[in-house]
Write a protein that binds this ligand. Structure first.
Ligand code: GLN
Length: 446
């Protein structure tokens, strides 16, 4: 059932829908849910395990947060409740949202419902896999460098990363605060607009929230509006043949729908990767300093003194990828290397923003790949650098704060979904949804 239909059900129908989804979640074999909770009475929604729901255990997929109970709800949860939705479970994720596969979770890997030998993507892999499988109607994820769009693409569902500041981060476990955004993962574009309209809007509790009224997307959805759409020719060269095929298909569909395609090039994505992994790790090292065994979650036992407590708690509590990023983040922020790495990365971030601005002088939207390949096999992405490289098409969006939506375009010969993303200027999200809707109708993925 679609979210927009579920929101029209009466109380008894919602109750039986919750029971139905709950039993699907319990029977599921893909480890998308960390836990379920049947106490709510609204339309069921799955929530990534880094978004606080009052009185729930919330752990960001980490051992270090075992035992932590959320003392308050995130603003997005309050908004869901007011709209008649209730969280039904915690979605599995990469530890602290660091990763691209959902293999680094303390709770074990989530599997891709299209092929269980493959990953669902990450870090919001549980959210995307459950929506794809039908064990969730819709879900919330978070996107710091692609973690909504990439798993949505690998699982054949829709994911939206809003403009930075459009959705409150209050109650979201911070990974990299200048990049993080919560967003919807849904079965289709209309549901995505519905869920986005529910969670968007100014929040005085988040100092980076944009003080703007949210103009609802849903009543203004118009698949017949046409736009100028830029394609980045040198980007697609870096993707494999499945992605290239989806790209050609989408361009043709957009042209048939009356959109104008223009061709552009951008700097090599290797600058995006370097810049992102300096800024994201610097912010992560800072944000994760709070997990010291005193205030949140798990505390190491048999310690000699306070320093030993910190060291032991953090050594036992964090997984390898998280430790790697804390080390890298502290390194780039250290006094001897700050100028060479962190400051330089902030400067390059401005150059990347300027490059996007130039394209948006001529185009309303950009069509871009999300990943260079379809979903990899479980265990295949052991090399961290190889994993970071797979983020090449998604991370610049977060560095600049742009909105971007990922939608499924086709399946490859092995039946694996291929998605693409539409990107727009900050706060200019309606054209993304209008165009995505026209593309969805034409490519006929489902
Ligand atoms: N894969 C990227 C990373 O590991 C993005 C993660 C995210 O968006 N949360 O940092």
């Amino acid at each position: 059932m679609k979210l927009r239909d579920a929101l029209k059900l009466n109380k008894d129908e919602v109750k039986s829908l919750r029971e139905d989804i709950l039993s699907k979640a319990k029977q599921s074999k893909i480890n998308a849910y960390i836990s379920t909770d049947s106490s709510g009475d609204g339309v069921p929604i799955l929530v990534k395990d880094n978004i606080q729901v009052k009185n729930w255990s919330v752990t960001s997929g980490s051992k270090i947060l075992q035992g932590y109970i959320a003392p308050y709800s995130a603003t997005v949860i309050d908004k869901l409740n007011s709209a008649g939705l209730s969280p039904l479970g915690r979605a599995n994720m990469d530890e602290f949202a660091m990763g691209s596969t959902t293999e680094s979770s303390f709770y074990g890997a989530t599997l891709n419902p299209h092929d269980i030998s493959r990953v669902p993507g990450g870090s919001s892999g549980g959210s995307a896999a459950a929506v794809a499988e039908g064990s969730a109607i819709a879900a919330l994820g978070s996107d710091t460098g692609g973690s909504i769009r990439q798993p949505a693409s690998y699982c054949g569902v829709v994911g939206f990363k809003p403009t930075y500041g459009k959705v409150s981060r209050y109650g979201l476990g911070a990974y990299a605060s200048s990049l993080d955004q919560i967003g919807p993962i849904t079965q289709d574009i209309e549901d995505c607009a519905v869920l986005y309209d529910i969670i968007a809007g100014y929040d005085p509790k988040d100092s980076t929230s944009a003080n703007l009224e949210h103009t609802p997307i849903t009543p203004n959805l118009d698949a017949d509006k046409t736009y100028t759409i830029a394609v980045i020719d040198n980007y697609i060269d870096e993707a494999n043949s499945d992605i290239k095929e989806a790209y050609s298909l989408a361009i043709k569909a957009l042209q048939d729908a009356g959109h104008t395609i223009i061709h552009k090039t951008m700097s090599n994505t290797k600058y995006d990767i370097a810049t992102y992994y300096i800024i994201a790790t610097a912010e992560a090292a800072t944000n994760l300093a709070r997990y010291d065994g005193i205030r949140y979650g798990r505390r190491a036992e048999d310690v000699k003194n306070i320093k030993d407590l910190y060291v032991k708690t953090r050594s036992e509590g964090f997984g390898d990828e998280v430790k790697r990023r804390i080390l890298l983040g502290n390194f780039v922020l250290s006094s001897g290397y700050y100028d060479a790495y962190y400051l330089k990365a902030q400067q390059v971030r401005h150059l990347i923003r300027d490059e996007f601005s130039k394209i948006f002088d001529e185009a309303d939207l950009i069509l871009s790949p999300i990943t260079p390949t379809v979903a990899p096999k479980v265990g295949e992405t052991i090399d961290p650098l190889q994993m970071y490289k797979s983020d090449m098409f998604t991370i610049a969006i977060n560095l600049v704060g742009l909105p971007a939506l990922s939608l499924p375009i086709m399946k490859n010969a092995d039946g694996l979904p291929v998605g693409l993303q539409l990107i727009a200027k900050t706060f200019n999200e309606q054209p993304i949804f209008n165009t995505a809707l026209s593309l969805e109708k034409r490519v006929n993925y489902n």
